[in-house]
Write a protein of this length. Structure first.
Length: 607
């Protein structure tokens, strides 16, 4: 079995963000260079983290943290690991206000990759915790009275931060009364027994001084519990449900799928289930404040969740994390912080951008307001970069879509691993060219080529059975996976009629989207559609919709587009061979103009 190192790239970012002392940094890297395979890594991760916590307590003057649950197995630690944990615990004690974040990062990063991915386990940077609680506070949370729950509390980052704010708000009370109030109003649920112990231990450490002055121990506020078991839900029991719920697609047994049916469409994602559960825990007028991927704003599989939120808890504030690098190292999706008000009105919300510096500090800058669409299942249009607030408002007022041009979108039907025996390196009878993603160049040209390993140029079709895999009419092809850091998210090209006449048809591979005419004579030619999708203005519009690396058919079909009369002008320019800059200017003008009273009408409809 291949042996792998315990700590990988994620904790490097954690150390940088938390400004760990260089000496401590070296000890951490050295101690966790041990190689342990398989499930033993979980036991090692828990044992090492527990040793760090114990050393942290000793450094703070406490005897030892509360005992671990007997059901939590720990692996034995070698001498070097014990010494490193002791040094790390001492170092953590010298990082006021950062202990729970650093210890949580050590634990989550020490877990096996497969375990973290399956359970959606990622530490939350300190800057995001603080900013989300600031947003909840701005929306009306009163730390002197609020009942607060983190239903997936992990190592306790949100719980400790909330306890800090509660303690500050109650500083005028007698210590015993303040401690009792915090214990009654702050709760955390966690499925992982070790993480639950860790969260409680960090709460104990944070409130140790208050407990000494009160003359009583810190109350137990963390419970090992499945927050998705709705049979145990205390409906309406909390004023704020906050946290960073786990992410990841999950298969649901029939009973649980039925329980969450109002929030699930197709594939279920853990953070969608936790959002639905949060609405049940939250009192009318209370808040849900979550860190989630931005994919919920637009993805097809989240349309039921969007409708549920619009109906039961409309958003009041959203912060888009402007740079994902160094925030969640192993998470490809873009991230947002959002606050929803239970039983609130669908009014105008505030949107901002959050930048996280390498030292862990965060800066939020306002980017205007947003309102929900009339049909909340469609993508929610929010600016994704600074300066796009006006564009997002105009997009909400633009009624035309690809369907108005006579087009629909589907993914390329040829899936490589389902048809491997039919690929050929040389042309043969009933063989057709395979169009792979590299045939669409970054500058928007169609160049038939097969440059990557295992990309055979020909597909031997078994006709008529395989006729559905072949395209015999011109269409627009788009790459299906692009990242927001790329210069362009929409990379498109027309598959020209001449190529199809030469070969009779072509097989389009699954990593491409196909924009195809669904009527016999579409009012806009495919070459003009390709020019539109390759424009800077359309790319900016798409970025206001899309929230992941996927360029999905659902989002393309929902993207606001210029009216058909503008596209007739574009088509004339394309057919005349006009310079690209001239075509782009016409498209940009269409996106810059207001559509009558669109902005005002849209705001009124959302109110």
């Amino acid at each position: 079995m291949r042996r792998t190192t315990i700590i990988e790239g994620q904790v490097t970012a954690a150390r940088a963000q938390l400004a760990v002392d260089p000496v401590l940094d070296r000890h951490l890297a050295r101690s966790l260079s041990a190689t342990i395979a398989g499930e033993a890594r979980i036991g090692f991760a828990r044992a090492f983290t527990a040793a760090v916590v114990s050393a942290h307590w000793r450094a703070l003057g406490g005897a030892k943290p509360r005992p671990l649950p007997l059901a939590v197995p720990l692996a034995p630690l070698g001498i070097e690991a014990r010494e490193a944990a002791a040094r790390l615990g001492q170092g953590v004690a010298n990082q006021p206000g950062k202990a729970e974040h650093l210890v949580g990062a050590v634990y989550t990063s020490a877990l096996p990759d497969a375990h973290r991915a399956e359970h959606g386990v990622f530490y939350t940077p300190r800057a995001l915790v603080g900013r989300l609680l600031d947003m909840a506070e701005a929306a009306g949370v009163d730390w002197r009275a609020a009942r607060v729950l983190d239903p997936a509390c992990g190592g306790g980052a949100f719980l400790v931060a909330a306890a800090n704010r509660m303690a500050a708000a109650l500083s005028d009370l007698e210590p015993a009364l303040a401690l009792r109030q915090i214990g009654l109003r702050l709760r955390g649920f966690e499925l992982d027994p070790f993480a639950a112990w860790l969260a409680q231990a960090m709460l104990d450490a944070r409130l140790a001084d208050l407990a000494r002055r009160a003359g009583r121990p810190v109350p137990v506020m963390v419970e090992v519990r499945d927050s998705l078991d709705l049979r145990t839900a205390e409906v309406g029991a909390f004023d704020l449900v906050v946290g960073n719920p786990p992410y990841g697609r999950v298969s649901l047994p029939p009973e649980r799928r039925a329980a969450f049916s109002r929030a699930v469409y197709g594939h279920a994602n853990l953070y969608g289930l936790f959002t639905d559960a949060a609405l049940r825990w939250t009192a009318p007028g209370g808040l849900v404040a979550y860190v989630t991927p931005t994919s919920m704003l637009s993805g097809l599989y989240h349309k039921a969740l969007r409708a549920l939120l619009a109906r039961e808890a409309p958003p009041v504030a959203v912060d888009i994390v402007a740079e994902r690098s160094g925030v969640f190292e192993d998470v490809l999706q873009e991230t947002m912080l959002a606050v929803y008000r239970r039983a609130g009105r669908r009014s105008t919300g505030r949107v901002g951008f959050l930048s996280v510096a390498i030292d862990g500090t965060a800066d939020s800058s306002p980017a205007g307001t947003f309102s929900l669409p009339r049909d909340p299942e469609v993508p929610w249009l929010l600016p994704r970069t600074r300066g796009q607030a006006g564009l997002a408002r105009r997009l909400r007022a633009m009624p035309h879509r690809l369907s108005n041009y006579g087009y629909g979108v589907s993914t390329g039907p040829l899936v490589w691993n389902r048809h491997k025996p039919q690929f050929r390196d040389a042309r043969c009878k009933d063989a057709y060219p395979v169009v792979w993603a590299e045939s669409i160049t970054s500058d928007g040209r169609f160049v038939w080529r097969t440059e990557k390993r295992n990309h055979a140029p020909w597909f031997a079709a078994n006709l008529p059975r395989d006729a559905w895999l072949l395209a015999d009419r011109p269409c627009v092809l788009l790459q299906r996976t692009t990242a927001k850091e790329q210069q362009r998210r929409l990379i498109a090209a027309e598959m020209p009629a001449e190529f199809l006449r030469q070969h009779g048809a072509a097989a389009v591979e699954n990593h491409l989207n196909m924009v195809r005419a669904v009527v016999s004579q579409p009012p806009v030619p495919s070459a003009a559609v390709a020019a539109l999708l390759n424009s800077a203005a359309a790319d900016a519009a798409f970025r206001c919709i899309n929230g992941s690396v996927a360029v999905s058919a659902f989002e393309l079909e929902a993207m606001p587009l210029p009216p058909p009369d503008v596209m007739c002008r574009v088509a004339a320019l394309v057919m005349a061979g006009a310079p690209r800059a001239e075509v782009e200017a016409v498209i940009a003008d269409a996106y810059m103009r207001r559509a009558g009273q669109g902005d005002d009408a849209d705001a009124a409809a959302a109110a």
